[in-house]
Design a protein around this ligand. Structure first.
Ligand SMILES: *[C@@H]1O[C@H](CO)[C@@H](O)[C@H](O)[C@H]1NC(C)=O
Ligand SMILES: *[C@@H]1O[C@H](CO)[C@@H](O)[C@H](O)[C@H]1NC(C)=O
Ligand SMILES: *[C@@H]1O[C@H](CO)[C@@H](O)[C@H](O)[C@H]1NC(C)=O
Length: 473
C-alpha cells in the first residue's frame, strides 16, 4: 500500500469522524475544553474556523490529474495557493521527543512562522512524534481547525498541500522556461537549518554555515519536484544554529534570544527547512497545547461513559522503574487502590501504561527491556482488580480494524494521546512513586496542570489532582 493511499484513506476517515462528531457532540466539546491562560493547557476555542482550513479545500493526495498547470505565471500560482505573490514556507520537518514535548516544539515553530510571516507546514505525525518521516497527516493527532484559533495570524498548509505547490511550481517552470518569451522561473530557494541545543557553547548561542552532515529525514520524498541536489532545480543553503541552553531557561532570557533567533531567519527564500533538537520553548510566551483531533477526544469521552463516568486512572510508566522494586510497587498500588476505592466509592480502574497491551512490543519506543518483574507486577494488579485499558474497552476500534494502523497502535502512538485525555477526565488520578515509575514526566505534568485547571473551575467530578501511590511499610 503506498503512502499516498494511506494518507488519503486516513484523511477520509478523519473527515468522516469530524462530520459525525460535529453533528452529535458540539455540546460535549464546549464542555470539555477549558480556557487557555497559560502554557500547558488544552485550549478552549470557538468551533468556527477560517474556511481556508476546511477539509474540502485541501487538495487530496496527489492523483496526477489534480495538477493543472493552468497557471500562467508563478505569481498567479502563488496568489491562488497562498494569497500572496510569493509563497514562503516554514517547514519544521523533524522535531525530537515524544508527543507531549513535540507538541510544545511545534508551537514554538508556529510562533516563529508568525514572526517571519511564513506559511507553517503541518508536519506529518506518527509513533507519538511529529516528523515528516511519519505516515499520517497532522490531523490524525491534532485539530487543524482549532490550531488556527491558537495562531490566528499564521497560515497553515498540510504536507499534501505543500507537495501540491511544489509540483505545480515545477510543472510551471518546465512549461515557461522552455519558451524564451516567457517569464523565467528561478530555482527553488531553500534555506536549511539544523537547530540544536548545546550545553557547551561558552554561554552563547551561535549560528554558522555548516557542512551537509546531518540527517535530512525523509524530505527526499518531495522529489523530483524538489530535487535539492540539482542546482538548476534548487538553490540550497545549509546552516546550523546552536542554542545555548541558558538562553532558554527563563522568560526574560527567551525575550532576548527569540528576537535574535527570529532575526537570523529573516530571509526571502521560498522554503525554510528546520530540523530541530531543542527541549525548551524558544519564545517567552508558551502557547497552549495544540488541540487534539475530535476523534481522539470522542474516544476519551466514550471510555469515560463506559466506566459509568466514575473511575480511578493510574498512570504507570514502567520505563525507568527499578525492576527489582516492582513486586513491592504492585503491592503498594493494590493497597492504595483499595483505600481510594473504599473511601471514594469508585469501582472502576483505568490503567494507562507503556506496558505492552496489544503485542509484545512496549507502548514506548525507548522502553525495550521488559522483564519478568514487569510481567509479574502487571499480573498481580490484574488478578486483584478488573483492570480496564484502552484495549479492553475497545478504544480506537475503527483504527484497530484497519491494518494500516497496526504499527501505530502496536508501539507508542495515538493511544498515548487517548490515555492522556482519559487520565485528565478521571475522578481520581494516581501515578507511581520514585523507583516504581518514571516520576519526572511531561506527560504527567500536562495531566496535572489540566486537572488543576479543572479544579480551579470547580469541576466537582475531580476528587484530586495527583496522588503517588504508597509503598508497603
Ligand atoms: C468566540 O466567539 C464569541 C462569539 O462569536 C466571541 O465573543 C469570543 O470572543 C470568541 N472567542 C475566541 C477565543 O475567539
Ligand atoms: C556559563 O555561565 C555559568 C553561570 O551562568 C557559569 O557557571 C559557567 O562557568 C559559564 N561557562 C562558560 C564556558 O563561560
Ligand atoms: C488482565 O487479564 C485479562 C484476563 O486474563 C486479560 O485478558 C488482560 O489482557 C489482562 N490485562 C492486562 C493489562 O494484562
Amino acid at each position: 500500500m503506498s503512502l499516498i493511499q494511506i494518507t488519503k484513506k486516513s484523511f477520509l476517515i478523519i473527515c468522516s469522524f469530524f462530520l459525525l462528531w460535529y453533528l452529535t457532540s458540539t455540546y460535549y466539546y464546549e464542555q470539555e475544553l477549558l480556557s487557555y491562560k497559560n502554557e500547558e493547557k488544552l485550549t478552549a476555542v470557538n468551533l468556527t474556523y477560517p474556511s481556508t482550513l476546511l477539509p474540502n479545500t485541501t487538495p487530496t493526495s496527489t492523483p496526477d490529474e489534480s495538477y493543472t498547470t493552468s497557471f500562467n505565471s508563478l505569481k498567479e500560482l502563488n496568489k491562488k495557493f497562498c494569497g500572496k505573490p510569493k509563497c514562503k514556507f516554514l517547514f519544521a520537518y523533524a522535531l525530537r521527543e515524544q508527543e507531549t514535548k513535540a507538541n510544545m516544539h511545534f508551537r514554538s515553530f508556529c510562533q516563529l512562522a508568525e514572526k517571519l510571516d511564513r506559511i507553517m507546514v503541518l508536519t506529518n505525525v506518527g509513533s507519538s512524534r511529529i516528523g515528516t518521516c511519519h505516515n499520517f497527516p497532522f490531523d490524525f493527532y491534532y485539530n487543524t481547525k482549532l490550531i488556527q484559533e491558537v495562531f490566528p495570524k499564521v497560515q497553515f498548509k498540510s504536507e499534501n498541500e505543500f507537495s501540491y505547490w511544489l509540483k505545480e511550481r515545477d510543472l510551471l517552470k518546465k512549461k515557461l522556461n522552455d519558451d524564451e518569451d516567457d517569464e523565467v522561473i528561478p530555482p527553488l530557494s531553500v534555506f536549511h537549518s539544523y537547530i540544536k541545543l548545546h550545553r557547551n557553547t561558552h554561554n552563547r548561542s551561535y549560528y554558522d554555515d555548516s557542512e551537509i552532515n546531518y540527517d535530512f529525514g525523509c524530505i527526499s520524498k518531495f522529489e523530483p519536484s524538489m530535487n535539492l541536489e540539482d542546482p538548476k532545480n534548487s538553490k540550497v543553503k545549509y546552516t546550523k544554529y546552536y542554542i545555548d541552553e541558558s538562553d532558554l531557561m527563563s522568560e526574560r532570557r527567551r525575550i532576548k534570544f527569540s528576537e535574535s533567533f527570529s532575526k537570523t531567519f529573516t530571509m526571502n527564500d521560498d522554503i525554510l527547512f528546520m530540523n530541530a533538537n531543542v527541549i525548551h520553548p524558544l519564545f517567552p510566551q508558551e502557547m497552549p497545547i495544540i488541540p487534539y483531533s475530535e476523534y481522539i477526544l470522542n474516544e476519551a469521552k466514550r471510555i469515560k461513559n463506559k466506566l459509568s463516568s466514575s473511575y480511578i486512572a493510574i498512570h504507570w510508566r514502567l520505563e525507568q522503574s527499578n525492576p527489582t522494586l516492582l513486586p513491592e510497587c504492585a503491592q503498594g498500588l493494590i493497597m492504595t487502590l483499595k483505600k481510594v476505592m473504599k473511601e471514594e466509592g469508585i469501582k472502576n480502574i483505568y490503567l494507562a501504561t507503556d506496558y505492552p497491551l496489544t503485542s509484545s512490543k512496549s507502548q514506548s519506543d525507548t522502553f525495550t527491556s521488559i522483564t519478568n518483574y514487569h510481567h509479574e507486577a502487571i499480573r498481580a494488579i490484574n488478578e486483584t482488580f478488573k483492570i480496564n485499558t484502552w484495549v479492553s474497552l475497545g478504544g480506537l476500534k475503527q483504527l484497530r480494524e484497519n491494518r494500516l494502523y497496526n504499527e501505530e497502535l502496536g508501539g507508542p502512538g495515538i493511544q498515548g494521546i487517548l490515555d492522556k485525555l482519559v487520565c485528565v477526565n478521571a475522578n481520581y488520578f494516581i501515578s507511581g512513586p520514585e523507583g516504581c515509575s518514571r516520576v519526572v514526566s511531561t506527560f504527567t505534568k500536562v495531566i496535572v496542570s489540566e486537572r488543576n485547571e479543572r479544579l480551579k473551575n470547580r469541576d466537582h467530578s475531580l476528587l484530586n489532582t495527583i496522588d503517588r501511590w504508597q509503598m508497603p511499610l
